[in-house]
Design a protein around this ligand. Structure first.
Ligand SMILES: Nc1c(N[C@@H]2O[C@H](COP(=O)(O)O)[C@@H](O)[C@H]2O)[nH]c(=O)[nH]c1=O
Length: 147
């Protein structure tokens, strides 16, 4: 991983930290979209009460088509399925055409888990466990609540 990867994931963790405790039953997630030449294109964190999701916000805030080679940095595995009937974050990232996804913590919730596999099946490069020790505090209570 390069220095840019660390900077971008640290920014995603910072975004999630700012929403930590404000997202209800949903975990707080941070997402940063970076161009191949190191520009921060967009970012988002899970909304108050748990919605919208971080990736959803980062993608909708970016106007136009994402540049070829965009990387998405996400503190939690992008969700596989929504309980709201909306498109999942893994499908949104696939549809938006990101080239690479870097994830910190893997989701253990049944609707969250599986996002990595979906992204991989779409032929997109995905790395997980990145800066996991720094992001772990965000999901301790959430995972404990799953039993
Ligand atoms: N908040 C959050 C995620 N939350 C995960 O997605 C699951 C379904 O969420 P929902 O449809 O809102 O009930 C939720 O239980 C949790 O595992 N996932 C993400 O990719 N990004 C986000 O910002």
């Amino acid at each position: 991983m390069r220095q840019q990867d660390e900077n971008a994931m640290r920014r995603a963790i910072e975004l999630a930290r700012a929403q930590h405790g404000r997202t209800g039953d949903n975990p707080s997630v941070g997402c940063v979209l970076m161009s191949a030449d190191g520009r921060r294109l967009s970012e988002g964190a899970t909304g108050d009460g748990g919605r919208p999701h971080a990736e959803q916000l980062a993608l909708t805030q970016f106007k136009g088509k994402l540049p070829v080679g965009t990387t998405a940095y996400v503190t939690l595995e992008p969700c596989r399925e929504r309980s709201t009937g909306e498109a999942s974050c893994s499908n949104r990232l696939i549809k938006a055409g990101v080239a690479r996804v870097v994830v910190s913590v893997m989701d253990r919730h049944p609707k969250g888990a599986g996002g990595k596999a979906a992204i991989e099946s779409a032929g997109i490069d995905i790395a997980t466990g990145f800066l996991e020790e720094e992001a772990a505090f965000l999901y301790e209570d959430f995972f404990a609540s799953l039993g």
